[in-house]
Design a protein around this ligand. Structure first.
Ligand code: TA6
Length: 298
């Protein structure tokens, strides 16, 4: 009988916590409040941790769930109100939260499960080039499923507009064999073809580099992995957009923190607020982006 426990660990330059329950194990770093790995007992990992991951200060780890905030991707590709929030010079990809140390606010046992909550204190007016006052928290609940809750509350006296994502890397047997269900018929932005808007025919399979923003997404998406006889389910809340990414061969070779064949074993589905789904918070208002990750036998 495993008693739920939380232990500290060091990985390279990063302070981490390992959460262990009778059902699952999860590793989370202080930098970015980034989940690095997640595995349920008796199953292959659910979240992917790159074999060539670099655990260094100031760079997001190629793994798990980086938190993209207060903008997603290239700031210049964001709607104007998101861009207008930032007055700094070079805007780092995927925002300012994933490369900074968060603070552990709470660690609790919940029955057979565990919950940890992190905050990014600098989001309350001390982020370089982003002088807004937002209370930002990420709660991670590890029970029979994994539940992530990212809450932004505007504590300032003028509106704040953000884009964001839980940039989740899922582990798969072979990306060429899996399908993403739930996107059938959706409009998407094809970022690899001049950001044209297109329509998805059927479920999504992978036969090349993929980097798409799906619009008006349903609450549940899933990844069917016949070889591992597993369906991963993603149930979102507070989100109407999702980014689906696989770098494929050439892009993977360019990434120092991914093995040349690493693209075969991963697939990102990023529960997001992007494109026409960005979030404007009036003074005092809050928004919660939620994701529950589960799995079933196929
Ligand atoms: O979410 C897709 C994406 O924006 C891709 O374009 C790709 O660059 C990926 O994220 C990873 O970005 P990163 O900055 O973590 O290397």
């Amino acid at each position: 009988m495993v008693i739920p426990r939380i232990e500290t660990e060091q990985h390279g330059e990063l302070n981490c916590w390992r959460l262990t329950t009778a059902h699952a194990e999860l590793l989370i770093a202080q930098q970015g409040a980034q989940i690095l790995s997640y595995q349920r007992v008796g199953e292959p990992p659910l979240l992917w941790l790159s074999e060539d991951a670099i655990f260094g200060q100031g760079k997001s780890v190629r793994a798990g769930v980086p938190v993209c905030w207060p903008w997603f991707g290239n700031l210049q590709r964001n709607p104007e109100p998101v861009q207008a929030m930032y007055t700094g010079s070079e805007a780092p990809a995927h925002g300012l939260a994933r490369t900074r140390d968060w603070q552990l606010l709470a660690a609790d046992q919940q029955g057979e499960g565990l919950s940890v909550t992190f905050t990014l204190p600098q989001a309350q007016g001390q982020l370089p080039g982003w002088a807004h006052n937002v209370a930002l928290t990420l709660q991670v609940e590890l029970a029979s499923e994994l539940k992530l809750t990212l809450t932004s509350r505007n504590q300032g006296d003028s509106p704040v507009t953000i884009s964001q994502a839980l940039h989740s890397y899922f582990a798969v047997s072979d990306v060429r064999q899996v399908q993403v269900e739930g996107v059938e018929g959706l409009s998407y932005i094809e970022t690899l073809a001049e950001w044209q808007q297109r329509q998805q025919q059927g479920a999504l399979g992978f036969a090349g580099e993929t980097d798409r923003i799906y619009l008006d997404t349903p609450q549940t998406l899933s990844i069917d992995d016949p070889h591992w006889q597993r369906r991963i389910t993603l149930t979102s809340s507070g989100s109407r957009s999702a980014v689906i990414w696989n770098p494929w061969t050439e892009r993977a070779r360019e990434l120092a923190d991914m093995a040349d064949d690493g693209w075969q074993r991963m697939l990102c589905i990023e529960t997001a607020n992007v494109w026409d789904d960005v979030v404007t918070l009036k003074p005092g208002a809050s928004h919660t982006l939620g994701l529950v990750i589960g799995s079933q036998a196929l």
